[in-house]
Ligand binder design. Structure first.
Ligand SMILES: [Zn+2]
Length: 316
């Protein structure tokens, strides 16, 4: 597909707008899915006066700004989180557009391979699912199956239908191979999380991580393959470190002041940080895999066979 620079910029703006619309839909999902409510019906309405939100007030970001964050009928404040999530998803989609389309390998500067647009859509879909999981987990410490099981089905199914779409080296040539890569990613992502969750739960004598984190990791594995899932799992604690330190400081402060602490003081959702790690990998994989991650996996692979006494040739 041949495009000129102005068209590339216009396309980028279009991708951002699609992101804000998806963000608007995700706001509805985040608010309704945990309560088993339909995400399609009824249309958005004010929770106090029940007046439906008009079409022009419902435009992502712009609608909230025009209303100055208040319901048009009764003046009930509308949380700034709604337009912020819309902007966040718009910016994430735009960023993926830069990485997947603008920086994609192509024949000439004006050439966009159609496959890079498909890759962009695939990554945007995963990001949308991760944003929904993040905010539901942040609010309620749960990750509903509606998000993760849907994600597993989409990751395995799309990765089989378009076997070249997963990041290197999890690409495949045929439907069957693509299906297998997705199932393997699902099993290793979920299995690794489940085994570490049960070991920690045993050691700490209380539930460490929720089962929602297991299904979330299975979804990431289905989308990106088992190597990206393993890296996600080992990177996510770094993303959660600041939150954990802040919680710990608050907990110690409470204990020093002699106040009663609750179990909520010791709980941190893992979902948002697993999601952040996965998004980080989505953006950096193009460079991270050839420059660092490939070596890491080759080394572990060689060490594994070496430990079994199998000669697989020179190790480095
Ligand atoms: Zn109202």
């Amino acid at each position: 597909m041949f495009v000129s620079w102005p068209l590339l910029v216009l396309l980028g703006f279009g991708v951002f707008c699609v992101g804000t619309v998806v963000g608007s839909f995700l706001n509805v999902c985040i608010y309704r899915i945990p309560w088993q409510k339909s995400v399609i019906w009824p249309a958005s309405h004010c929770p106090r006066c029940l007046n439906p939100i008009g079409a022009s007030d419902n435009i992502p970001i712009v609608g909230w700004l025009a209303l100055r964050g208040e319901c048009r009928s009764c003046g009930l404040p509308i949380a700034a989180r709604y337009p912020l999530i819309e902007a966040l998803v718009g910016l994430l989609f735009l960023g993926l557009y830069v990485v997947d389309v603008i920086l994609a390998e192509r024949e000439g500067w004006g050439q966009i391979p159609v496959s890079s647009l498909a890759t962009l859509a695939y990554h945007c879909l995963l990001v949308a699912l991760l944003v929904a999981a993040t905010f539901i987990d942040y609010d309620l410490l749960i990750i509903p199956d509606e998000v993760t099981v849907t994600g597993m089905v989409l990751g395995v199914g799309l990765g089989a239908a378009f076997p070249w779409i997963r990041p290197e080296p999890s690409t495949a040539a045929t439907f069957g191979a693509g299906l297998w890569v997705g199932v393997l990613g699902l099993l290793i992502g979920g299995g690794l999380t489940a085994s570490i969750r049960s070991s920690f739960s045993f050691l700490l004598r209380r539930e460490a991580m929720g089962f929602g984190d297991v299904t979330l990791m299975a979804m990431i594995g289905a989308f990106l393959g088992w190597r990206a899932a393993i890296l996600t799992f080992f990177l996510f604690p770094f993303f959660g470190l600041a939150h954990a330190a802040w919680k710990l400081a608050k907990y110690i402060g409470k204990r020093l002041a002699g106040a009663q602490s609750s179990s909520a003081d010791r709980e941190i959702p893992a979902g948002p940080y697993i999601s952040m790690a996965a998004v980080f990998l989505l953006f950096s994989w193009r460079w991270l895999w050839p420059l660092w991650a490939k070596n890491l996996f080759d080394t572990f692979y060689a060490l594994f066979w070496w430990s079994l006494g199998v000669d697989v040739g020179p190790m480095f």
